[in-house]
Design a protein around this ligand. Sequence first.
Ligand code: AMP
Ligand code: GLY
Length: 420
Amino acid sequence: MKVLVIGSGGREHAIVDALTRSPQAEKIYCAPGNAGIARQAECVAIRETDTEGLRDFALTHGIGLTVVGPEVALAAGVVDVFRAAGLRIFGPTKAAARIESSKEFAKELMAKYDIPTAGFRAFTDYAAARDYVAGRPFPAVLKYDGLAAGKGVVIAATMEEADAALRDMLLDDKFGEGKVVVEDYLEGPEFSFMCFVSGRRVWPMVLAQDHKRAYDGDEGPNTGGMGAYSPLPFVTADDEKFALDRIMQPVADAMAAEGCPFEGVLYGGLMKTAQGIRVIEFNARFGDPETEVVLPRLKSDIVDIFCAVAEGRDARPEWHDFATLGIVLASKGYPGAYDKGHEIKGLDAVGGSVYHMGTRSDGERVLTDGGRVLFVVGRGATLAEAREKALADVERIACDNLFHRTDIGHWALEEITVHR
Ligand code: AMP
Ligand code: GLY
């Protein structure tokens, strides 16, 4: 089978890598891909939001399966366009992807089906939102409603901060047409529970945890994620059962009942609070960088799973016992302004896996080409061993414009004080 992967980051590199382990994937394409992906697949220069261009490529190249990475492609309706052309594609329709693209849709669904999450109210009017927030305890959690690449959440410690955020979101139109969800503030460790979902069928993946803050000790600005690991010792088997039976399965059932059955990866961003497991957010796709530590642990043939989901058949993914831990190498300055085009050396000296998040080729050279650049994954019998290997591999990579965290996995490996 010929397979097309849509996207250009570390997540898509990990999907391509998993596909190379399947004897069923005879040829792998990636659109648009990156310098690392190009070592394992044929990259084609089609943008991830060019739904018609992607469809036409799939039709002319006899693609038997397309796998969608990023949310922008889902929100552009790539799944709907492929389905209308009779093409097999792994991912949710635009209507089903609202579980991620619209916070209000997700919150209303959870309220209607009694799925545990933070209490909330939605506002379009600035004055009404401000009055509501002023009458509640702080910190206030303000979420801009719409796709904002993880940047649409403000945890405001004071009314001044909250007011500035509400003005931004509702008056100044910085993000587009404004709607804001105001939520109760929850506390506890967060974790990512991704499930393969095909209508009412739900197959859980192994758990992972992302590290959002830029610097060690969970200090500094929020990012798209600076590292991840799997498994998670602080999430018990009972927690996992609760998350599956009370959150992921009911959401799949609810989506089907609402007439927009979900197909693809349903990502639960969950928090283990003192009151129990609560939903922070849903995504309609594989997480990045969680995918890069989860898919290496997949024992089953990933083509079987993708096809089973796309066709509504039974699939039971099996998993390896080993631990994985990955560290992001990011451009200095990220998540703020940063330079591109710095040469990366030493990639061939690495013993584990390196997934490219933001690179491009320049002849034989590999150059930095994004905020998050590389994701170095170590694997071991324990998380401690996986971290040791990942850190050793990071040292083998030479580039004058990259930085990384050294404490990925600290929730599992060390008792440290987390400053927020
Ligand atoms: P989201 O984009 O909804 O995942 O939010 C981004 C981050 O904001 C989350 O990973 C949490 O760390 C934090 N956050 C979101 N909602 C809440 C909440 N209700 N209480 C506390 N922290 C939150
Ligand atoms: N790692 C968080 C996300 O993929 O949204």
